[in-house]
Design a protein around this ligand. Structure first.
Ligand code: ZN
Length: 409
């Protein structure tokens, strides 16, 4: 079993490295094409940003690989010797928290580099060190409180039931639903200010749009995203009564009313097609697969790792290996998500008009410096949204044949 886990992890590593290298090669070639969608300056910057991000991905992938083997090789065992509380429940919960804290600290330098190095260099990041530290502290406190409670509950489930993975899955899924419900009303306000839209004309137009779509939500809010990042975005979140539309202040500042309504129409399309529920169902499926797998690990695995088959060792293995499982399932979810995006685009262009959505998407890409092309393997492995050129083509835009060749690559 251990050989299988190590073998699968190596395969995951090789696919990720190969895909990143292919993407770098692809973008290096594509950056010499005639710029499309983006201005010439931003097209060059977008290519450079993409290459730099892929290089960072190469580094973090290798780093994660070392961490994984360090945990498997000796880390899990050593931690068992260090964390020793009398009470089993306390001991297991503390083990998982310390395990997570070590992983967090070991990967923090990369997050700092991404935020203050890469994203600053390309003019995205606007966050001050003070806000960054505050964010990290708030997340840490929440993780210790809620994560600690969650892990303690999971440990009791594992220790109480023989078929714990079924109960564990039901419990985790209930937590996922709960988080989705409270996310826009409890978690977002901890980090950002949400204010009702100031612009009355826009507010009125949005309400008419919501009415036309037959949607009742708790409203449309403006998020002060610009205190961390310059990039434009919008999303629709929440469940039941907490569902709401959130427009980034960066988006409101750059788009015209008509373009904003088209973006909103796209988001409404996700709601009308119940895409949030579909995404939740997809994450339920992923959780179920993980629980079924980790609920039935053979004892021999723990023997070869020289650790007790304790609840906390199971959770740590789960956390260590879950990126591999989500990576394996991502192509399927990406396919579903890309299909949903096309449908939301169609809905959005019906709500407002095709040109407005097209202009908005192009402005978004230009402002966000998102490179319009990607290697097919990257698209298949990671993309939740179709490449922009494909989306624009569906919205009636035509590209030169040289650009088409690039898309076909
Ligand atoms: Zn969308």
């Amino acid at each position: 079993m251990l050989e299988w886990i190590l073998g699968l992890y190596c395969l995951y590593l090789l696919i990720k490295l190969y895909a990143a290298l292919m993407e770098i090669g692809f973008v290096e070639k594509a950056q010499r094409f005639e710029p499309v969608i983006l201005s010439a300056v931003n097209y060059t910057k977008a290519a450079a940003y993409k290459i730099a991000s892929q290089k960072l991905l190469l580094t973090t992938t290798l780093y994660d690989f070392i961490l994984f083997f360090a945990w498997i090789g000796f880390g899990l065992r050593r931690l068992d010797e260090i964390v020793i509380f009398e009470n089993t429940l306390l001991n297991s919960a503390a083990y998982v928290l310390v395990f997570s804290a070590i992983n967090y600290l070991l990967t923090l330098p990369f997050e700092i580099y991404q935020t203050f190095g890469l994203d600053k260099k390309f003019g995205f990041s606007t966050i001050t060190p003070r806000t960054f530290v505050l964010d990290q502290c708030k997340s840490a406190v929440m993780f210790v409180l809620f994560g600690g409670a969650f892990f303690a509950a999971m440990v009791s489930i594992i220790d109480t039931f023989k078929d714990w993975w079924i109960y564990g899955f039901v419990f985790s899924f209930a937590v996922v639903l709960f988080i989705n419900m409270i996310y826009p009303i409890v978690i977002v306000p901890m980090f950002n200010k949400l204010t009702p839209l100031q612009d009355e004309t826009l507010q009125g137009a949005i309400e008419r749009l919501l009415e036309k779509a037959g949607l009742h939500s708790s409203g449309v809010f403006c998020l002060d995203a610009s205190k961390r990042d310059n990039r434009l975005n919008a999303y629709f979140g929440g469940l039941g009564r907490s569902k709401r539309v959130v427009l980034f202040d960066t988006l409101i500042a750059k788009l015209t009313t008509s373009e904003l309504l088209a973006v909103l129409g796209h988001e409404l399309g996700h709601f009308a097609h119940k895409d949030i529920l579909k995404n939740i169902a997809a994450s339920a499926l992923m959780l179920l697969v993980m629980f079924a797998l980790f609920g039935n690990l053979p004892l021999a695995l723990f023997e070869s790792l020289h650790v007790e088959p304790s609840a906390h060792a199971i959770i740590a293995l789960f956390l260590l290996f879950s990126p591999v499982i989500s990576f394996a399932m991502m192509p399927l979810f990406g396919l579903m998500s890309r299909y949903n995006e096309y449908r939301a685009d169609a809905y959005g262009s019906e709500c407002e008009n095709q040109e407005a959505l097209r202009d908005a998407l192009m402005k978004l890409a230009d402002e966000n410096k998102s490179f319009p092309f990607a290697h097919p393997l990257t698209i298949a492995l990671y993309f939740t949204h179709p490449p922009l050129t494909k989306r624009l083509e569906r919205l009636g835009m035509h590209f030169e044949s040289s650009t088409k060749d690039a898309c076909a690559h």
